[in-house]
Design a protein around this ligand. Structure first.
Ligand code: PMP
Length: 277
């Protein structure tokens, strides 16, 4: 596996940043995850645009330009030469003596890692997954893809301990998103999902799946979904770079519909495969 730290490529095992890096000490940084399909990176422009928005929101510079990030991604893929790759990009506010205000001068640390992507088991995709509901204890800017993932880490760990795939988060009884995915429900034939805003990450997959749904003539409503709406939905599914379109068949042990992947999730999953294939 390959990594790139501040523009220098080398084996991932040898890649290091300082213990005084602000990413390490403060979680003062932003990131992206991009995957390849057939060896080509998918939706690079969308991911780099979001990286830029996240960086700007934290008054952090993008470091390399978008074109330079693109070149680094290509170079890393060439060097790592994997069948499919999970590309991790990170920018932090750099190395400086520990002090809360931004350091002067500002020298961001940029990191890329290239690791083999292991696709989700086909059987899991066919049967669907289970989820638990948890209180969303994250901060007020979940639209920023920051490396502060502690609430997400704790939520996903709870899901793992419960023997299920994902934790779906609720703020004041309203569904925000999953710990690593966006959440969509189907009620009366309409796809409902939380609107973009500070409570959710604007998912690259979310946007593309909503486009696919509209093309199929499936009504879409970006609206509040309450806990009881989710539990009473005919379908629930997750979207995300790694999960793609993934049906959820049980939530907190309760069956969603007849506890099998529903027709809309299955259709969109097929359309997704066609889009990326
Ligand atoms: N929400 C959260 C909290 C996530 O971590 C992710 C995965 N990046 C998503 C949503 C889905 O976003 P995307 O489709 O851009 O991968």
């Amino acid at each position: 596996d390959i990594a790139c730290v501040n523009g220098r490529f080398g084996p991932l095992a040898d890649a290091v940043v300082s213990v005084e890096d602000r990413g390490f000490q403060f979680g003062d940084g932003v990131y992206e995850v991009i995957r390849t399909y057939r060896g080509r990176p998918f939706a690079v422009d969308e991911h780099l645009a979001r990286l830029e928005r996240s960086a700007q929101a934290l008054q952090l510079s993008l470091g390399p330009s978008k074109a330079q990030w693109g070149t680094l991604i290509e170079e890393g893929l060439r060097l790592s030469d994997l069948p499919e790759t999970k590309i991790y990009l990170q920018i932090t506010r750099g190395q400086a003596p520990r002090d809360h205000p931004f350091p002067v001068p500002l020298l961001p640390t940029t990191v890329l890692t290239f690791r083999e992507l292991h696709p989700l088991d086909v059987l899991v995709r066919q049967t669907g997954v289970q989820a638990i509901l948890l209180e969303d204890i994250r901060w007020g800017r979940c639209d920023i893809k920051s490396v502060n993932l502690l609430p997400n880490v704790l939520a996903r760990q709870r899901a793992k301990e419960a023997g299920v795939f994902e934790a779906i988060l609720l703020r004041d009884g309203v569904v925000t998103e999953g710990s690593v995915s966006n959440v969509m429900v189907v009620r009366n034939g309409t796809i409902q999902t939380a609107p973009e805003g500070p409570r959710i990450l604007s998912g690259v997959t979310r946007a593309k799946v909503l486009e696919l749904a509209k093309k199929e003539g499936i009504p879409v409503a970006e609206t509040m979904v309450r806990r009881e709406d989710l539990l009473g939905a005919s379908e629930v599914f997750l979207t995300g770079t790694t999960v793609e379109v993934l049906p959820v068949v049980r939530v907190d042990g309760q069956a969603i519909g007849s506890a099998v992947p529903g027709p809309i999730a299955q259709l969109l999953s097929r359309r997704w495969e066609a889009l990326v294939g």
